[in-house]
Design a protein around this ligand. Sequence first.
Ligand SMILES: Nc1ncnc2c1ncn2[C@@H]1O[C@H](COP(=O)(O)OP(=O)(O)O)[C@@H](O)[C@H]1O
Ligand SMILES: [Mg+2]
Length: 297
Amino acid sequence: MTTTAEPTTEPVTTRRPVLTVTDLTVVYETEQPFTAVRSASLQLHRGEILGLAGESGCGKTTLAYAVNRLHQPPARIASGSVVFHDREAGDIDLLGLKDEALRTFRWSQLSMVFQGAMNSLNPVRTIGYQLDDTLKAHVPPMTRAQRKERSAEVLTRVGVDPVRLRSYPHELSGGMRQRTMIAMAMLLQPQIMIMDEPTTALDVVVQREILREILRLRDELDFAVLFITHDLPLLLEIADRIAVMYRGEIVELETAQRLHAAAQHPYTRKLLGSFPSLTGERSDFVRSGRADEGFSA
Ligand SMILES: Nc1ncnc2c1ncn2[C@@H]1O[C@H](COP(=O)(O)OP(=O)(O)O)[C@@H](O)[C@H]1O
Ligand SMILES: [Mg+2]
């Protein structure tokens, strides 16, 4: 059936792109070389939440690390390109960037919330110290008072009371630690945030709260998010578009609505089919804040 009523333009994809990944291939040079990411292409637009879904082991984390060039041997980028479209400086080839420039670029323009990040805070330093340290390293002209003010502000934004600046990580709940990591990633107001399973380890209620927070912040601050998870139903609720990865390849890239309505790839259909609740209307409860009216699984 051809639908003429459907809008031909998508609000998000008509915005300017902020990141373009083209034909990216990443190989683990182990005894038996293994291609974990195969010719992956995607584009992230300003203010967009792009979901990257797929089962465990399909290459999501490998892709995220390579984009940011945080991959370590034996991982090697075999081919492809990653271009950041800077608001002021124009196009920047991330794979060609020198180490020093790359370090400056990370955090300030593209920050990452790692998988299991809530356990990666330094246990012997207070939250305040860790935020302060990042600001000191990246924004030397800031005074101590300005750094403190900024640290308190980002914590407040993610729903953590600034009195927690004096707390050590072990004094915070898992949810608060994860919020703190998101605050850390937002600290320098990057244009892109890559979040790798940012809420997977948390209970459902806290997960919903944090996701609502991310959506609200995105609306306020207009950064783009590459949101990685194995949880496709979650992405249907929060993402503008969704890329589905299967065995190292991006097999589908669609708006959340279209993916829900008419997934093309058999693997996507299988993923969708395995969640009975998705046969109903697409739930918008995260966007609307009605967390108590979620899927009845
Ligand atoms: N250091 C490594 N050496 C060799 N293979 C790896 C390494 N890290 C990950 N892999 C392989 O790459 C594939 C993709 O892993 P990963 O990117 O972590 O997947 P995902 O994040 O989707 O769960 C997996 O099959 C994994 O076994
Ligand atoms: Mg992973």
